[in-house]
Design a protein around this ligand. Structure first.
Ligand code: IPE
Length: 256
């Protein structure tokens, strides 16, 4: 099984509040379906989560009662995106169920903990893909917190032991600098813990859950036992399909 995170930057327009990129999401779901490879999908929140979460500092937990309506709203919006994604998967022939992460996981001081994995395991066992997503999740110490798709990827990788982990983003991979602002930025094709150490300031967007460096760190944590973690650009048509088919594509591969 290949565990795939569809980043919020590829399924939403991150600059426009709550804007689903239906055509891109649909193309990516079709590429996943066409590959014929068993997969499981986690997705980010994009503009359905980050904007409001940042405005109300939800990533720092509950500090002020004025954050409560915003926390409820972000959860609602994340669920809405989850429904849009599962609808798109089903249109492409993949039975899928949106599973709010708070229904099986809880946070403990920002750390994601498995509470009850029976529902997601049963869905997977009968052939319905459980789709989890970045969302507001209750936190035992902080009241609530932001659970990112990347945190979910780590937990899902632990639970389901995928052969490969793929992060689909809007950049070709990890760069030596921000490729959107620095013309000298170079693509790093292979990342090991040593290469990551030499890349100090890789950061892309103004997210509440961190940029590319954080993503690479969590990717490295998911490597091991021959498991590769790949970061690829999902905005290039056919690239995800080619990767899933085992072809050589432009990407960054993390391995231990
Ligand atoms: C963010 O999840 C969750 C919320 C802000 C509610 P991610 O951090 O995984 O989302 P993207 O992929 O960066 O949009």
């Amino acid at each position: 099984m290949i565990l795939i995170k569809l980043g919020g930057s590829v399924i939403t327009d991150k600059s426009q509040f709550k804007t689903f990129d239906r055509s891109q999401a649909s193309r990516l779901c079709k590429e996943i379906a066409d590959s014929g490879v068993p997969t499981m999908i986690v997705h980010g929140a994009g503009s359905f989560g980050h904007m409001l979460a940042k405005k109300h500092s939800l990533q720092n937990g509950l500090k002020d009662p004025e954050q409560i309506p915003a926390a409820a709203q972000v959860h609602h919006d994340a669920m809405e995106l989850g429904m849009l994604m599962t609808e798109t998967l089903m249109e492409n022939g993949i039975p899928a169920a949106a599973v709010a992460p708070g229904s099986c996981f809880v946070m403990d001081d920002g750390h994601l903990v498995v509470k009850d994995d029976e529902a997601i395991r049963s869905l997977q066992n009968i052939g319905i893909m459980p789709v989890t997503f970045g969302d507001v999740v209750m936190d035992r110490k902080k009241g609530f917190g932001i659970c990112s798709g990347d945190q979910l990827m780590e937990v899902m990788a632990d639970l389901f032991k995928p052969d490969k982990v793929v992060f689909v983003s809007d950049i070709d991979g990890l760069y030596t600098a921000n490729p959107k602002t620095d013309p000298d930025a170079e693509l790093i094709r292979t990342v090991t813990p040593e290469t990551l150490d030499s890349v100090s300031s890789v950061s892309d967007v103004d997210d509440v859950t961190g940029g590319v460096r954080n993503k690479m760190e969590s990717m490295l944590r998911m490597c091991g036992e021959g498991r590769e973690c790949v970061l690829i650009n999902g905005t290039v048509p056919g690239r995800l399909l080619a990767l899933l088919r085992g072809e050589d594509v432009t990407c960054t591969v993390a391995r231990m």
